[in-house]
Structures are given as C-alpha cells and as structure tokens.
Design a protein around this ligand. Structure first.
Ligand code: NAX
Length: 327
C-alpha cells in the first residue's frame, strides 16, 4: 500500500463538498491504490462546523478502505498543513443586490489568506485547484500570494464547462459522447467562456463537418454551455453540485494522468491573446502527475478570436477590481 496523501478541501460542508468527499474517499480522484487523509476546512461558523461533523460521520459510516484519516477544522493553518492537494471549493456566494466588485473583493480577502497559508504550510509538492467562484480570479489571487509555490501549481476548474460542451455536441450529432474529443474551454468560468467547437472531433471528423450547422454552433451551443449553470439553478432551485464535484474529480484525475489532454484554467503567458496576468481556461497536456504544458498550436478564426477577446476582457476587468488588494 502506498502512503496516504493529504487532501485539503475548503467548503467541505457545502453542497459540492457533500458530493465530492465521498468520491475522493472511494478512490475516484486518486485511483484505487492511493490512500487519502481528508483535511476538511469550513468557515468559522457554528452551523457549518456542526454540519461538517455530520459529513465526517457519514464518511466513517462508508468504511472506505482508502480513507486513512479525517481532520475537521476552521483554521486553514491546520487544514492546509502538509496538504499535497488543496481543493478550494468554499467561497462567499453573491447575496441579493450585491455588486460584482464587492463579491470579488470579499472573495479576494478569503483567497489572499488561503494563498498565503498554503504557501507557508502545504507540502512541497502541493497542487491547488480552485472551484469557488469567481474561480479564475480567485485562483489568480491565491497564486499571487505564494512565494515558495510557483504559479503553475495553481489551477482553476473549467472542466464542468468542458463536460457540458462534450455532452451537448454528442446530443446534437446523435452519437455516444465518447465519440466527441478535443472540446476545450477557453477563458473565464462564466457565460463569456468559449467552447472551441472548431477543433473538436466527432467520430474522428471535425465537429463542424459532422454537425454542419454553423449558426447552431456559434449561437445556441455556446449559449447553452455558457448559461448551463443558470439553467440548473432555474430547474433545481440550487446550483450544480454533483456535476461540479464530478468535474473536479475529472480535473484532478486528468492532471495526475500523464498524457491526458483536457482544459484547465492556468496562468496565461500570452498564448491565444490572453493577458499574461490572468488565469484563463485553455487546453493542456499532462506531462507528469500535477504538471502540464499548454497546447499552443490551435489556430483561431475570426469568430473564435472575438469570443477570446470578450472572455479575456472580462478576466482583465475582474483583475482590475482586486488589483489594489494583490499589490
Ligand atoms: P455552498 O454554499 O453549498 O458551500 C460553500 C461552503 O463553503 C459553505 O459550507 C461555507 O460555509 C464554506 N465557506 C465559505 N467561506 C469559507 C472559507 N473562508 N473557508 C472555508 N469554507 C468556507 O456552495 P457550493 O454549491 O458547494 O459551491 C461552492 C462554490 O463553487 C461556489 O463559489 C460556487 O459558485 C462554485 N461553483 C463553481 C463551479 C465551477 O465550475 N468552477 C461550478 C459549481 C459552483 O457553482
């Protein structure tokens, strides 16, 4: 048996946490040979910590052979201690009438503190994956605080958007979704994201050839994927949780599987026209567990360029709201 890895999860008593923790403990995220210690971090609120106790009781009751320990804490210094993976799910939700700038700033404070603490106490090989919204900018903020851990260790999740896009293409083409490959998400995890359908393949052929409906691809397809989160809230009365947890399992599993090709939000180096200071979704190839290289050779047509420019602008705007805080 391998020695256990430590997986810190913030927002552990929230909706996504309730789906996520059981998948991690069952081996879905790190494989059936990798024991884990879960380090569960919640906000210092009595109700949240009480709920966390209940979740931990249920984890115990699953008798997962790979689960070698559970830490419960509202102190990030304890929760991130020696963590090999830091999954930042918890964030402050947007309240009624709250301005976007205020949301960015409130979350900015949380992610500044978490970035500093992770840098101080997490394991030397620590990787950070951010889910809490606005995920790209929160990731950028956390990474900005790190001195020991390099920016490539910090990624944000756009995998839910990739999974949504894959399914929508398969449905439209009337094929099994495993036939759809190379659909990648560029930019922000927000309705401005761009699912680059021109590079996708369906049964080995270009998706635009198989679907043969440019108006649908440029219009409804991008809109369905971009606004899927809102559609789920309208239908379910609550935001995506199980699918978000599943996407985080996929994000980490792909990032720990050499050769996997997938989309994650990473620090831009100017590729695809993204501002070098933002974290943007783009295609990557995992090179070794936790490391990746950006796939830079996709060409973009005018439609794609306009979508990339719009999502880049939103990321730059988000950064400008918090620029003062991360100086
Ligand atoms: P919930 O409100 O159910 O849970 C969030 C939990 O985080 C709460 O238990 C809260 O007490 C905790 N929390 C808040 N501040 C914290 C802090 N400083 N330290 C530790 N814990 C803290 O939200 P949930 O539905 O689980 O969603 C979590 C986040 O994921 C939200 O920001 C949401 O917007 C975001 N999402 C991101 C997605 C993505 O694709 N990147 C998709 C799904 C989801 O909407």
């Amino acid at each position: 048996m391998k020695s256990p890895i430590r997986v810190a999860v913030t927002g552990a008593a929230g909706q996504i946490g309730y789906s996520l923790l059981f998948r991690i403990a069952s081996g879905a995220m790190f494989g059936p040979e990798q024991p884990v210690i879960l380090q569960l971090i919640e906000a210092p609120i009595e109700k949240a910590m009480k709920a966390l106790e209940g979740v931990a009781m249920e984890l115990d009751d699953c008798a997962f052979p790979l689960l070698k320990g559970i830490v419960m804490t509202d102190d990030p210094k304890v929760g991130f201690k020696d963590a090999n993976w830091c999954l930042l799910v918890g964030a402050k939700p947007r309240g009624p009438g709250m301005e976007r700038a205020d949301l960015l700033k409130d979350n900015g404070r949380i992610f500044i503190a978490q970035g500093q603490i992770i840098d101080q106490v997490a394991a030397d090989d620590a990787r950070v994956a951010v889910v809490g919204n606005p995920a790209n900018t929160n990731c950028m903020i956390a990474a900005s605080q790190a001195r020991r851990l390099t920016p490539d260790r910090f990624t944000a999740m756009v995998r839910l958007d990739q999974n949504r896009a894959q399914t929508q293409l398969a449905k439209k083409a009337g094929v099994d979704l495993t036939e759809v490959k190379n659909i990648f998400i560029y930019g922000n995890h927000s309705p401005t994201m761009f699912p680059a359908f021109a590079h996708a393949t369906i049964g080995g052929k270009p998706a635009p050839v198989v679907i043969n409906d440019a108006a649908w691809l440029q219009g409804p397809f991008c809109e369905i994927v971009g606004k899927r989160g809102a559609a789920i809230i309208a239908a379910r009365g609550a935001s995506s949780a199980a699918s978000a947890a599943n996407a985080l399992v996929d994000h980490v599993r792909s990032l720990t599987t050499p050769g996997a090709i997938h989309s994650i939000a990473v620090k831009s180096n100017g590729t695809y026209g993204f501002d070098p200071n933002v974290w943007a979704g783009m295609p990557v190839k995992t090179t070794s567990p936790g490391s990746y290289e950006v796939i830079t050779n996709y060409t973009m047509d005018d439609f794609a360029k306009s979508k990339l420019a719009a999502t880049n602008k939103e990321l730059v705007d988000e950064r400008s709201f918090v620029a003062e805080m991360i100086k």
